[in-house]
Ligand binder design. Structure first.
Ligand SMILES: Cc1cc2nc3c(=O)[nH]c(=O)nc-3n(C[C@H](O)[C@H](O)[C@H](O)COP(=O)(O)OP(=O)(O)OC[C@H]3O[C@@H](n4cnc5c(N)ncnc54)[C@H](O)[C@@H]3O)c2cc1C
Length: 340
């Protein structure tokens, strides 16, 4: 019989990240299929009691915790040691954890130390006739593979956005403390530096992905480029809507080619085959023609719309649910006006 462990860390607000609640939902689903619903939860963080209380109603038979100031921040040495101790203490054969950047760094090490295997970026976990299968994308998500493993413990990190997060009322939970002595750490967390929220254009939790294409910086009907206005319109829309910003390769590459550019657009914003394939419920592409942003970058977007002046833009036609044949400058100016 498998022993299923839901493993998570707290975030900087001492709460569970949404990705962890998704992993919790996946662990519960798997437990319902395999173990009559029995599973264990394990938490890592500065103080795990509030988080344990928050998931009290999820039905974990045991909640184990590694807490203390040493475990407040992401650091390979302390996170791998905590995960190793929790896997051993729970006797887990299957570990389901969120693929946050913090755990993506540490859990392969914990799997190795416990004699197990890790599979990362998993998009689904099911059991068929008692055999556990995970699904995962390959070749920039163009192919999906389903696979199983005999090796235990099997550490599975679930990509954010793959399943609906667990929701439930808070209660009061008992945490079994697991002691971990942190190895003499060479890495000391001095603090965080991140752009102000208004400058942070990549927002994985946003309900909308706005994909800007190279058309924003191209000559328009009057024969001139209007890049400063494009910047103003796009930033106005991002601030008004809270959307996350993606860009086509042609647009993000422009800075290297001496063209006028959108100052806030970087290679990190690029979506597509050689960019990212983010998961958002909705997408809006404007001034974007390419195959890669539409076919690959939008792979996990459920409701897709595009604005293009070219009525024959094949990829927008093929991949968007709705195409507005219009000038994106005019449309987005109006949208910003409506957003106030
Ligand atoms: C190996 C390889 C990997 C690649 N990987 C990626 C990738 O990961 N991501 C990616 O994006 N690309 C990738 N590309 C490039 C891709 O094939 C396209 O060249 C690129 O996506 C085109 O970018 P675009 O649509 O922004 O620009 P364009 O093709 O120049 O399209 C601009 C569009 O803007 C429209 N437009 C202009 N003005 C307006 C206006 N006022 N209102 C409305 N519409 C307007 C035009 O009608 C046009 O359709 C890759 C290519 C290769 C060979």
């Amino acid at each position: 019989m498998e022993t299923i462990l839901f493993l998570a860390h707290t975030d900087s607000d001492n709460a569970l990240p949404k990705a962890a609640l998704e992993a919790l939902a996946a662990a519960r689903d798997l437990a319902a299929q395999l173990t009559g619903g029995a599973f264990t939860a394990a938490l890592v963080g500065a103080d795990v009691q509030p988080v344990a209380n928050a998931i009290a109603a999820a039905g974990a038979a045991r909640i184990l915790g590694v807490s203390g100031a040493d475990f407040a921040d992401a650091r390979y040495a302390s996170d791998a040691a905590a995960a190793e101790a929790l896997i051993r203490a729970s006797g887990a054969t299957i570990v389901i954890a969120p693929a946050t950047s913090r755990f993506s760094r540490a859990l392969a090490g914990a799997a190795h130390r416990t004699g197990g295997r890790a599979d990362t970026h998993v998009a689904g976990v099911t059991a068929e006739a008692g055999e556990i299968r995970v699904t995962r994308g390959y070749y920039r998500q163009r192919m999906v593979a389903a696979m199983s493993r005999a090796q235990r413990p099997w550490v599975i990190t679930l990509d954010p956005g793959s399943v609906a997060p667990w929701q439930g009322a808070a209660g009061s939970a008992t945490v079994e403390a697991v002691a971990v002595s942190v190895p003499a750490a060479r890495t000391r967390v001095a603090g965080f530096q991140s752009p102000a929220a208004s400058q942070q254009t990549i927002k994985p939790e946003a309900s909308l992905l706005f994909v800007a294409g190279a058309g924003w910086c191209k000559k328009q009907r009057d024969g001139q480029t209007h890049t400063p206005e494009a910047e103003q319109i796009i930033l106005g829309f991002l601030n008004g809507s809270g959307a996350s910003l993606g860009g086509s390769k042609s647009l993000v590459d422009q800075s290297g080619e001496g063209n006028t550019v959108l100052s806030f657009m970087t290679h990190l914003n690029q979506v597509g085959q050689t960019g990212s394939t983010p998961r958002h419920p909705k997408g809006l592409a404007a001034c974007c023609h390419g195959e890669e942003p539409h076919a690959v970058g939008w792979r996990f977007i459920n409701d897709r719309r595009a604005i293009n002046m070219d009525p024959n833009c094949g990829w927008a036609h093929g991949k968007a649910d709705v195409v507005y044949v219009a000038d994106a400058f005019a449309v987005m100016r109006k949208v910003n006006e409506l957003l106030g």
